[in-house]
Design a protein around this ligand. Structure first.
Ligand SMILES: [Zn+2]
Length: 96
């Protein structure tokens, strides 16, 4: 049995999660807001600066739609923080 099921890479999971988010937006079950949930800045829906979905709980199937809407700047920071937590590089003084 071993090796028969293709193991999903992080990249695969990320893509699946994104597909799920986009499908939900198309169906109207998920609405892309215009205000960043972190810095509170407003971004127009059109153009390249629109908010992106941050999967703050990771890319497991049950968390596909557990997202935060963040601007690019906050998204980069959030991803970096998640990586740092994962690899134990978090400096408490920075977090608090
Ligand atoms: Zn922001």
């Amino acid at each position: 049995m071993k090796g028969k099921v293709k193991k999903l890479t992080n990249r695969d999971k990320k893509q699946l999660a994104w597909r799920c988010v986009h499908r939900a937006i198309r169906k109207g079950t998920l609405v892309r807001p215009v205000i960043c949930e972190d810095c509170g800045e407003e971004f127009p829906l059109l153009g390249k600066t629109k908010l992106t979905a941050h999967h703050y709980l990771g890319y497991e199937e049950i968390h596909y739609l557990d997202i935060q809407w963040l601007c690019r700047k906050c998204h980069n920071r959030a991803d970096r923080l998640l990586r740092d937590i994962k690899f134990g590089r978090v400096d408490n003084r920075e977090v608090m």
